[in-house]
Structure formats: structure tokens, C-alpha cells
Design a protein around this ligand. Structure first.
Ligand code: FE
Length: 350
């Protein structure tokens, strides 16, 4: 063997070895993957851990949980790129799921179980993400100062009769952005602009604090009405602190727009990532989340509503009564969020 052919031979051998080692590694990676999934989640409820343990018991797949806020997790998945260990991203709010999807990090999942169990309006049309629980954003009122017969729709909240009486958090809050997007979906941008101006004119104070702070403002007499997600009131009612239970007792809940489109609902959900090392395990996990057992845990963790029909709801939210929810496809709200933000800005909603 002359120098040249020897060199060629060695190079060829090295290349062969590299490929074989690569295949070996990939094989090992796959067999390890079938045993675990990496879940990036911005949900952090105690019941979620029991949920993951039950999934492992049922399937043998271990769940590694990486927690963070939604924007951080989305950034992390993007910067990890092809090497991201993440299989699933779970987060709350349609605006964040939409943003994650705009970044192109999800991959379509086609699963008969998911499409059968989750109503079409609560999942991305191509399976990029799915809702696993829902929350209603409703009107809450002081039982001594407001007669619920005076309440009707979100639209009515712009009526001057509510001047100085409404508490709601700031416009940079994603729940409010999704709510305004839902009003645009129902009434168009122009009417929503007028509505938003009327609503802002009725604010009891410049927006401050979270949803709980709005409910507290009603209880304290600062406002008569609050717009908040149902679970904030339920969580007050379940508090060990007598003060919070007192607040719970003074507040009534009103589901708006029951004569037309229904109350606005937002979601908590997730999807399979394009770079998932274990897509089969990831899909199994998503499918597990619509089982009755998982739906109970998932929804009760934060006093939310299950997405699967017939799953029992927590007694405290059952006490709020049944209601009709807006059946507009949640996925349609995503693209309406940027115009919603502009509408709110123009109306001077802080
Ligand atoms: Fe919240």
C-alpha cells in the first residue's frame, strides 16, 4: 500500500467508524428517550406533580420538568435550536401559545384521541397546540352594591352608568389582550375601539395589581365591578385566611353575553416541539392529559374548567353555576392580539 492509498484507506476507515458511532449514539439516545420526556412548563401547581407521576406509572415514561415563565421558555427553546432537549411546551394563555407558534417551535400532531376529546375551538386547527383546561374571564360584582339584573354583556360595561365603578388590570396583561381580541372577533375593530374607550372612561382607578387585586378593590369599596378570571375568586374562597374567605362571600359572579356568544374563555395548553427528541413519548403525554384522571388533576390544580366533556369540576367552581362560553375558535384570537393592543393603547388603557 503506497502512502496515498493508505491515507485514503485510513480516512475511509475513520469515516466509517464515525458513522457507526453516530448510529450507536442515536440508537442509545432513542432507547433512553422512550423512557423519558422533557417538559418545559410555565404551570406550577402542586397537583401537576401528581399528574406527572401518574403518567409515569401508566406508561413507564419519566417526566423531567423544567419550569420557567413562558417567554423565557420560548427563548430557551429557540436558542437551544436543534439540540433542544425539550419535547413539550406547556403554558397558559392563548396569546403565549400563539406567540410560541409564531416562532415556529411547535410541530403538528395528528391524534384521534386529542381531536376526539378536545372541542375543535379549543385546539390549533393543525394540531400545533391543544387546550387542556379553560378559564372564564367574567364580571364580578359586590353583592350589596350591584343588582346582577343590571348586568348583561361585556359591551354594556362601556355604558356611562358604570362610570368610576370598574376595576381591571393593565393592558399589558395577556388575559385582557385576549379578551379585547375576542371583542374584535365579535364586533370588529372599530366598534371595539369605541367600546374600549367607554370602558376606560368607567375605570374606578388607573389599572394596578393582578386579578386578585381587582376583586379586593371591589370588596374594599374602591370599585363595584371587577373583570377577572374565575379561578382567582375560587382561590380566594379556598384560602385558609378568614379575610380572603370574607372577600369571597361579598363577591358575586356574572357570566356575560349569555344571550348571544357566551362568556370569553381563555386556555392553558401545550404542544409537541418540532425538535422533540422523543416525539412518541410527547404525544403519549398530550394524550394522557385528556384522560379523565388527568383532566381532573389538571383543572383542579388551579380551579379551572376541564376541556373534556363530562369530567367533574371542582365543587367551588361548580358553585358558580353553568354558563355558555364563547365558541369562537381560540386560535383565531392570536392574530387579533396585536390589533387589540393598539386599540387599548389608543384608548389610553394603562
Ligand atoms: Fe392567572
Amino acid at each position: 500500500m503506497n502512502q496515498l492509498s493508505r491515507r485514503v484507506f485510513l480516512a475511509g476507515a475513520a469515516a466509517t467508524t464515525a458513522v457507526t458511532l453516530g448510529q450507536f449514539n442515536r440508537k442509545n439516545r432513542v432507547s433512553a428517550q422512550t423512557q423519558e420526556i422533557n417538559l418545559y412548563s410555565s404551570r406550577h401547581y402542586n397537583t401537576d406533580n401528581a399528574l406527572y407521576e401518574n403518567f409515569t406509572t401508566a406508561t413507564g415514561i419519566k417526566v423531567n420538568l423544567i419550569e420557567g415563565n413562558a417567554d423565557e421558555l420560548i427563548e430557551r427553546i429557540k436558542s437551544e435550536g436543534q439540540n433542544s432537549p425539550a419535547d413539550i411546551l406547556m403554558t397558559v394563555d392563548v396569546t403565549r401559545l400563539w406567540r410560541a407558534d409564531q416562532e415556529g417551535i411547535f410541530t403538528p400532531v395528528s391524534s384521534a384521541i386529542l381531536t376526539e376529546k378536545i372541542p375543535a375551538n379549543l385546539r390549533h386547527p393543525e394540531g400545533h397546540w391543544f387546550a387542556f383546561s379553560k378559564r372564564a374571564r367574567v364580571i364580578m360584582y359586590h353583592k350589596d352594591r350591584v343588582n346582577p339584573a343590571e348586568l348583561s354583556t361585556y359591551e354594556d360595561l362601556a355604558d356611562p352608568k358604570w362610570k368610576g365603578k370598574i376595576a381591571i388590570r393593565s393592558s399589558d396583561n395577556s388575559y385582557n389582550q385576549a379578551l379585547v381580541a375576542s371583542i374584535i372577533a365579535a364586533n370588529g375593530e372599530e366598534k371595539t375601539q369605541e367600546w374600549t374607550q367607554g370602558l376606560v372612561a368607567n375605570f374606578a382607578r388607573p389599572p394596578e395589581g393582578n386579578d386578585t387585586a381587582q376583586i379586593e378593590a371591589v370588596a374594599a369599596g374602591i370599585a363595584d365591578l371587577a373583570i377577572a378570571n374565575t379561578y382567582y375568586l375560587a382561590n380566594l374562597g379556598q384560602s385558609e385566611e378568614p379575610q380572603k374567605q370574607e372577600i369571597f362571600k361579598t363577591i358575586g359572579i356574572f357570566f356575560p353575553n349569555q344571550q348571544d356568544r357566551g362568556a370569553h374563555v381563555n386556555i392553558s395548553g401545550g404542544g409537541l416541539l418540532k425538535t422533540a427528541p422523543n416525539p412518541e413519548g410527547g404525544v403519549k403525554f398530550l394524550e394522557y392529559l385528556v384522560s379523565e384522571e388527568a383532566q381532573k388533576f389538571f383543572a383542579e390544580g388551579n380551579n379551572e374548567y376541564p376541556v373534556v366533556e363530562g369530567v367533574p369540576i371542582a365543587p367551588i367552581i361548580a358553585g358558580f353555576g353553568e354558563f355558555k362560553s364563547d365558541s369562537t375558535a381560540i386560535a383565531e384570537l392570536g392574530p387579533l392580539v396585536p390589533p387589540a393592543v393598539q386599540v387599548m393603547d389608543r384608548a389610553g388603557w394603562k
